[in-house]
Design a protein around this ligand. Structure first.
Ligand code: 6PG
Length: 473
């Protein structure tokens, strides 16, 4: 019998996705470069459903129902092109190749265009939720053509996470839209983690709290508006004790945060689009700073403030508020970036739908996303999430705490780039007049770059080196 869908690349994510498909009643063709992995999968999990194993790619393609649906689950990078080419050569017009890795959206756009030329559908899809999600229900963000969604959508919705019965899988938009949205998801993931890390660090330094005590704080926070997967697992990680030394686990881990690149891509794209994603950028740069041990060693003798251990238990609630407010800012920025990309690439992204599919399955899943969805339901053309009445009220309620937190952090010398930059963004965006006017004046002075006036149309230049009179430019 022919398989409904296939998965090639059976490392953990691919294997779990194949099992998820099989458990949902689909006959799944499976293939891996080294066949032993395929055999292992069938041997261990064959009882979960119908697997159709193939040793060669040709056999894999031949084992698929037409139009064929093949999901590639290989490490993103140059290797992906080779797998796509090999598959495409074996396929026929109308067939679909799905890339479920974290590919760069520009690569996905290029690949989609190339395969479209050959009559094939190429679907770059974000899949979030790690190993566990792939097996039990991830959040799925597919791009590609409408036709491909018609053939793939029902399957993807079946295997995705559900929240209130709503699948966490939707057709994001054409070509690279799915991978773009997954990239921003990851950028926001960086920002969420940075804000959590700053909360932990500040409370530990200011109050002298132990990781285990802080685990309890996060557990408590997880019962309120911060309720989310990352807060939940923060408590787990902080509670962990190293078996070898008996120390808190977090104290035996090398403090250099690594990255595979999606956060960096988010920031690079945001620079191109002109969208200030300061929360994601600070999170990415904080990882970069941590990863320079030689500079850190050289700077270790630099002086900090004399003050330490300020504040009492009220700091805990202040930090909770600062975390929530900064999180709103980071998401607002990420959603701005998706809106800008939608315009730039003609994707017609529905922002509320992105909030909907991030409510479950993915790493940034949180109660909070329901609020974002509601905000876009109320106004799909919202210029910024900060202006949504619910979020505006939340920010207002948080701002005194938020300012105290940043002040305290500065006073005792604990870096909180996430909190501080989010607050600066908030204060910048709400300003009536910004000093950008002075920047424009300086640009006009040294480079005749011209400026616009508040009181009439047109562009102007002042003859700074001559009579200092203004003339239309
Ligand atoms: C997900 C995760 C997943 C992966 C990140 C890790 O949504 O399931 O985001 O994609 O864990 O790529 O990213 P870094 O290695 O860059 O931190």
């Amino acid at each position: 019998d022919l398989a409904d869908i296939g998965v090639t690349g059976l490392a953990t994510m691919g294997r779990n996705l194949a099992r998820n498909l099989a458990r949902n009643g689909y006959a799944v063709a499976v293939h891996n470069r080294s066949h032993s992995r395929t055999q292992q999968l069938v041997k261990e999990f064959g009882g979960e459903g119908t697997f159709v194993p193939s040793e060669e790619l040709a056999g894999f393609v031949a084992s698929l129902k037409r139009p064929r649906r093949a999901i590639i689950m290989v490490k993103a990078g140059a290797g992906t092109d080779a797998v796509i080419d090999a598959l495409a050569d074996l396929m026929e017009p109308g067939d679909m190749i799905v890339d479920g890795g974290n590919a760069h959206f520009e690569d996905t756009r290029r690949r989609e265009a190339a395969l479209r030329e050959r009559g094939l559908h190429f679907v770059g899809t974000g899949i979030s939720g790690g190993e566990e999600g792939a097996l039990n229900g991830p959040s799925i963000m597919p791009g590609g053509s409408k036709e491909s969604w018609e053939a793939l959508g029902p399957i993807l919705q079946d295997i995705s996470a559900k929240v209130d019965g709503v699948p966490c899988a939707v057709h994001v938009g054409p070509d690279g839209a799915g991978h773009f949205v997954k990239m921003v998801h990851n950028g926001i993931e960086y920002s969420d983690m940075q804000l959590i890390a700053e909360s932990y660090d500040l409370l530990r330094q200011a109050l002298g709290a132990t990781p285990a005590e802080l685990a309890e704080v996060f557990r408590e926070w997880n019962r309120g508006e911060l309720d989310s997967y990352l807060i939940e697992i923060t408590a787990e990680v902080l509670d962990q004790v190293d078996a070898e030394t008996g120390k808190p686990f977090v104290d035996v881990v090398v403090d250099q945060a690594e990255q595979k690149g999606t956060g960096r891509w988010t920031v690079q794209s945001a620079l191109d689009l002109g969208v200030p994603v300061t929360g994601i950028a600070e999170a990415t740069f904080a990882r970069a700073l941590s990863g320079h041990p030689e500079q850190r060693a050289a700077a270790a003798s630099l002086q900090g403030p004399k003050l330490s251990g300020v504040g009492g238990r009220e700091l805990v609630e202040d930090v909770r508020q600062a975390l929530y407010a900064s999180k709103i800012v980071a998401y607002a920025q990420g959603f701005d970036q998706m809106a800008a990309a939608s315009k730039e690439y003609g994707w017609d992204l529905e922002l509320g739908a992105m909030a909907t599919i991030w409510r479950g399955g993915c790493i940034i899943r949180a109660k909070f996303l329901d609020r974002i969805r509601t905000a876009y339901d109320a106004n799909s053309a919202l210029p910024t999430l900060l202006a949504d009445p619910t979020f505006a009220a939340a920010l207002d309620a948080a701002q005194e705490s938020w300012r105290r937190v940043v002040t305290t952090a500065v006073q005792i010398g604990v870096p909180t780039p996430g909190f501080s930059s989010a607050l600066a963004y908030y204060d910048g965006l709400r300003r009536d007049r910004l000093p950008a006017a002075l920047v424009q004046g300086l640009r006009d002075y040294f480079g005749a770059h011209t400026y616009r006036r508040v009181d009439k149309e047109g562009t102007y230049h002042t003859d700074w080196s001559g009579d200092r009179a203004e003339r239309p430019a």
